[in-house]
Design a protein around this ligand. Sequence first.
Ligand SMILES: C[S@@+](CC[C@H](N)C(=O)[O-])C[C@H]1O[C@@H](n2cnc3c(N)ncnc32)[C@H](O)[C@@H]1O
Length: 287
Amino acid sequence: MSLQNSSDDAAFKDKVRDQWDRAAAGWDRHGPQIRNWLRLPTDAMLEMAMVREGQTVLDVAAGAGDQTLDIAGRVGAQGQVVATDLSESILHYARDNALRAGYFNVRVHSADAENLGLNGATFHTAVCRLGLMFLPQPLAGISEIHRVLKPGGRFCAMVFAGPDLNPCLRILTSTAMRHAGLAPRDPFQPGGLLSLGKPGTMDDLFQRAGFTAVATTRMDAPFQLPTTKHYLAFIRESAGPILQILAPLDETARAAAWADIEAQLDVYQTEAGWVGPNSVLLTAGER
Ligand SMILES: C[S@@+](CC[C@H](N)C(=O)[O-])C[C@H]1O[C@@H](n2cnc3c(N)ncnc32)[C@H](O)[C@@H]1O
């Protein structure tokens, strides 16, 4: 499971890095909404990884560091978190947010998840929240995480479940692609938002990377906001992959794409607010 060859993979990663460099400020600004959206699955992820006081924890594709701060609180002053990400720009936010929250046990390290540039057998635990699906070779990334864990160390990853369970992401991607004149794409193609959501894929990858005691749990994580427009504001400022699909369009064509997306997402407006269905998979294993 990879793109065609290593130069395709490198070009793809350059594109992904650029997406997240551009979306970094938006992802950070929407931190409180992301926190509400992912609070329960994040707690479950940290439990499945068995993050405990005093540990040295690797946080892969850490973004602006929302889950990093949770880990820093759990491991305490005797522990340490190494927050890594492909985008150096987004990691600045992780570092600043940690310092602002008074966590001095967070170190940031900019690195591709498929090649972390860290010593082997270093970490007690590792997590990756909504990052693995962006890897052109997720098996390489999971194997790399396996390499840097101490024997007995645990890893838990959160990825989006499949397209049927994530209709908002499906609408966003397919509508953006149609307006951009791109052919529909297999949602499970490597590198896509929903690429690791097929039941069994994550377990298989973990096992092939050498993890034992592998288990996957699915959790619903609906996105709850006052209105469709609030969700669109979040997407328009922080959803790197969607913004990149629409980037080549002129202003009028882009506005038409957003209007089409908004009309479709409006079906999730209820009297109590906008509730967008969303579902994630949590997979854990032991080295
Ligand atoms: C959806 S954001 C998730 C950020 C954070 N974990 C969170 O949940 O708030 C995806 C992150 O994956 C990172 N990413 C994408 N490809 C990567 C790669 N090959 N190696 C490391 N990080 C990568 C992006 O830069 C971005 O910060």
